[in-house]
Design a protein around this ligand. Structure first.
Ligand SMILES: NC(=O)C1=CN([C@@H]2O[C@H](COP(=O)(O)OP(=O)(O)OC[C@H]3O[C@@H](n4cnc5c(N)ncnc54)[C@H](O)[C@@H]3O)[C@@H](O)[C@H]2O)C=CC1
Ligand SMILES: O=C(O)C(=O)COP(=O)(O)O
Length: 523
């Protein structure tokens, strides 16, 4: 397998990748250049410079895209997800670097440090022009209270600041215990003397600070943005810096990078660094190593640590749910091999001890199994939900957790325009997977290898007739299962076979008296 690294990555990460796979490092490629070579690679590793566009993704045969850092706004994650390409990032390794850079910018802006340095270096001894403001006792507004925002808040509290934060996704009580006051966005921007941003760039956060919101801020506010350009409308910010509404701002990030044409960087009250938040020796090693390890896990088909577009399984739960993930996929695949019809709803019902866990990965695997036989695009655990949603399939997940000590059971119920059908499965001790029912037929089937499933009316001799026919065609029977609704009533026969059953033999089976259907199943 081949890996392309298209941005600067610390050699510690590249060394890890090289131990397992072929690695090429080619940086500063244009979209066209990347499109020309991307088909040759299974994995792509980027930082923020490479824009991983839909065009690149569509051209690629990538299995995984790794982001050595946090923000994935330079990757078209939706296009990757649709194609079943896993996206991973390295969200922990640069928290401290970004948080320390934020504090550095905060202090530099409060004390006019860059301008004062430049003045002295131009041989001027000017002390009057650079009188600053103190941080102690002032209010720092923190927008986005994730890893970096929280760390900045702790540091600000250490500097004697009051912290007022806005993050609609954090639990208020939890952070207020640690002296961070939480409020809505308007209150934060109205009351803060300094405002710092630590939200990802998304459709919701794009231009969340515009002309109107700037007008609500205190006069002479100082703004720090070490998160993403695009969160603040740069034209509105420019006007406010010129008018003096905003006293100063410190920017590490810009809507278009490099921002060499941006009038913002020429303003005297703007401090600007070239996206250096994560650029410390320590952070670069951390993120390169973290992303390299996840790329290797992904290429080896193992569970990754930092998926962006796939459900995470907690490592301590993985061993418990893994056999159910495998089983659910086989149940889904069995269903769509056995029956057809336009699927409108998939319901996964869980009982017994599996209900103690997060079952979403199992549901996803069931959907993957269903879609694998009916879609052109290969379904996998990354795109299964997405593809199902795109086809208008409603997905319901239900846990019936009355007896959490009973063996775990999964029922997959599928509604189509031809009716409702189901497959049930369980996992015994030692992770033995079994399919225990198809519709109302009770069976006990190990979902492995090949099987013939035939529906017939129960009568003496019918099993022998099917067996004989397979024998005549040199198809060996490995095991047999019979499920019937009633004595001499409708029945389902499952014959495990060592060989594949060709179409013509299936047709002959279907012609046997009282056989209503016969399907060859591959697990
Ligand atoms: N300048 C640089 O070099 C670096 C910049 N970054 C940027 O910083 C961002 C934050 O990084 P982390 O703290 O590690 O991410 P994180 O995911 O831990 O935190 C982001 C926080 O933003 C919150 N959030 C999301 N949407 C929001 C909204 N509409 N309003 C308010 N809060 C919202 C989330 O609830 C979360 O708590 C990254 O997404 C990245 O864009 C990260 C590292 C380095
Ligand atoms: O991790 C992030 O989100 C960053 O913005 C860091 O970007 P970089 O890897 O230094 O180009």
């Amino acid at each position: 397998m081949r890996i392309l690294v298209s941005d600067d990555l610390a050699h510690e990460g590249i060394d890890i990748l090289k131990q397992e796979f072929d690695v090429d490092v080619k940086t500063s490629l244009s979209e066209e250049q990347l499109m020309e070579i991307i088909q040759d690679y299974d994995a792509l590793v980027v930082r923020s410079a490479t824009k991983v566009t839909k065009n690149i993704i569509d051209k690629s045969n990538l299995k995984v895209i790794g982001r050595a850092g946090v923000g994935v706004d330079n990757i078209d994650v939706d296009s990757a997800t649709r194609k079943g390409i896993l996206v991973v990032n390295a969200p922990e390794g640069n928290t401290i670097a970004a948080s320390e850079h934020t504090v550095a910018l905060l202090m530099a802006a409060a004390r006019n440090i860059p301008a004062a340095v430049a003045s002295l270096k131009s041989k001027k001894w000017d002390r009057k022009s650079f009188v600053g403001v103190e941080l102690r006792g002032k209010t720092l507004g923190v927008v986005g209270l994730g890893r970096i925002g929280k760390d900045v808040a702790y540091k600000a509290i250490g500097l004697g600041m009051n912290v007022l934060a806005y993050d609609p996704y954090v639990i208020k009580d939890h952070v207020e215990n640690i002296h961070i006051k939480v409020a809505d966005l308007e209150t934060v921007i109205k009351e803060a003397d300094f405002i710092t941003f630590h939200v990802p760039l998304t459709k919701t956060t794009y231009h969340m600070i515009d002309k109107e919101r700037i007008s609500m801020m205190k006069d002479k506010v100082i703004i720090i943005n070490c998160a993403r350009g695009g969160i603040i409308d740069e034209t509105a910010l420019y006007d406010a810096l010129v008018s003096g509404k905003v006293a100063a701002c410190a920017l590490d990030v810009f809507e278009h990078e490099p921002p060499l044409e941006s009038p913002l960087i020429d303003l005297p009250n703007v401090i600007a660094t070239p996206h250096l938040g994560a650029s410390t020796a320590e952070a670069q090693v951390n993120v390169a190593v973290d992303v390299a390890k996840d790329i290797i896990r992904a290429l080896k088909g193992e569970m990754v640590k930092n998926p962006v577009n796939m459900i995470t399984v907690r490592p301590e739960e993985y061993n418990e749910i893994k056999p159910f993930i495998e089983l659910a996929e086989k149940m889904g695949s069995l269903y769509t091999q056995l029956k057809n019809g336009r699927i409108s709803e998939v319901e996964m019902i869980y009982t017994g001890k599996i209900t103690r866990f997060d079952v979403k990965p199992i549901t996803t695997a069931g959907i993957k199994g269903i879609l694998t036989n009916i879609l052109e695009i290969p379904a996998n655990l990354v795109n299964a939900y997405f593809l199902a949603k795109e086809r208008g399939i409603k997905i319901i997940e239900k846990k019936i957790s009355k007896d959490q000590d009973a063996p775990g059971n999964v029922i997959l119920k599928i509604t189509t325009d031809k009716g409702v059908g189901s497959v049930s499965g369980t996992v015994f001790e030692k992770n033995e997977q079994r399919i225990i029912a198809v519709d109302d037929y009770k069976i006990d089937l190990i979902p492995k290898g090949y099987a013939l499933m035939s529906f017939h009316r129960d009568r003496p001799g019918i099993v022998g007739e099917v067996g004989n026919l397979l024998g005549r065609n040199d198809i060996n029977i490995a095991y047999m299962q019979l499920g019937r609704k009633s004595f001499r009533g409708e029945a389902l026969m499952v014959l495990g076979t060592d060989e594949e059953i060709p179409e013509n033999v299936l047709d002959e089976i279907k012609k046997i008296k009282d056989v209503s259907d016969a399907v060859f199943i591959k697990f």
